[in-house]
Design a protein. Structure first.
Length: 336
């Protein structure tokens, strides 16, 4: 029987084994860090294997792959542009690259392999993700592991200005890990280690802060219909993963990992797979990238290999899941 999760209009079924096979190249030996879905329903898995971009159809069948480890030494996030351009953010290369769906590079932000001075506020030092203003085409880049900033660019890659500084006060960041825009161009930043999402105007003015979440990591705003924000949260008990006695106490439901769905006014609509960290079919290890297709199905990339450096279970015989599909369950039709 399929595993269901969520509630009411946000109910989903786990699609067991989606995309994970030797035919697709997703075999559980490397992390899938970023996920994106284009207008054709093709799913782009930005991963840390030898072919960093693997493209599947919505059924999980292989279409193509491209890229190499020299260009993308540490894949982190993917954003699909309105023209189906592929924007790839790499934390070790310190760049954002705009590519065609077939892998031809069109534009590069940052200088390959040359980071800015850490916490200087100058782009980039281990940048994490890019978002696109849907009306103007302006670009917003979260610069998180070595900086605490958001940088705004023109569509052709000219830096306009930056905002943010290290800290936990409003407008400051402690690892801005993911960034999205809604259909009006407001900018949402997953401020991961502050365990919150901060919302800004396109000009960097702070408008709102959402709290009550566990280490928001992946984030996606579905701007269709009533709009919703999908957040992949990591475990808040990560610090004791290698201490068995503490882990058994702290690794509890409601502490992550999970997928949370919010209305854009900050109202929590649903929690998915909120069953503590683990490798059971109804659990998650480390949701890192997330995207939603036109049918409402959710795709999640998990950095389970990285998390496995600390994860205490070593007795499993199957490879860890690094990509997950949650199929939206359509409500029953009520006869008149």
């Amino acid at each position: 029987m399929s595993i269901r999760t969520g509630n009411d209009e946000y109910t989903y079924e786990v699609v067991e084994g989606w995309g994970m096979s030797s035919d697709t190249g997703i075999d559980g030996t490397f992390d899938v860090a970023g996920v994106g879905v284009d207008s054709k329903g093709h799913v782009y898995l930005f991963n840390r294997g030898d072919r960093p971009v693997i493209v599947l159809d919505r059924n999980g069948e292989f279409i193509r792959s491209w890229g190499d480890k020299r260009t993308f030494p540490n894949a982190h996030a993917v954003t699909i542009g309105p023209d189906d351009s592929i924007w790839l953010t790499d934390t070790f290369d310190h760049t954002v690259r705009k590519c065609t769906p077939e892998g031809k590079a069109l534009l590069t932000l940052g200088t390959s392999g040359q980071p800015a001075k850490p916490m200087s506020g100058i782009p980039f030092c281990r940048c994490t993700h890019v978002a696109i203003h849907p009306l103007t085409g302006e670009l917003f880049v979260s610069d998180g592991y070595g900086n605490a900033s958001v940088h705004k660019y023109t569509p052709d890659g000219r830096l306009l200005y930056s905002w943010g500084a290290p800290g936990n006060r409003p407008g400051q960041f402690n690892l801005p890990h993911n960034i999205c825009t809604d259909r009006d161009g407001y900018v949402y930043v997953a401020d991961r280690e502050n365990q919150r999402v901060q919302i800004f105007t396109p000009n960097g003015k702070l408008e709102d802060i959402w709290t009550g979440m566990a280490r928001p990591c992946g984030m996606y705003i579905d701007a269709r219909g009533s709009q919703a924000c999908y957040i992949g949260e990591l475990s808040s008990a990560w610090w004791c993963q290698n201490i068995k006695e503490l882990w058994e106490i702290c690794n509890q439901p409601a502490c992550g990992p999970r997928i949370s769905i919010y209305a854009l006014d900050g109202t929590l609509k649903a929690n998915l797979l909120d069953n503590a960290q683990g490798d059971a079919p109804n659990q998650m290890i480390a949701p890192h990238g997330i995207a939603v297709d036109s049918a409402g199905d959710i795709y999640v990339g998990e950095v389970s290999i990285t998390a496995g450096l600390w994860f205490p279970r070593k007795d499993t015989i199957r490879p860890p899941r690094t990509v997950l599909k949650l199929a939206k369950v359509k409500p029953p039709v009520v006869a008149n």
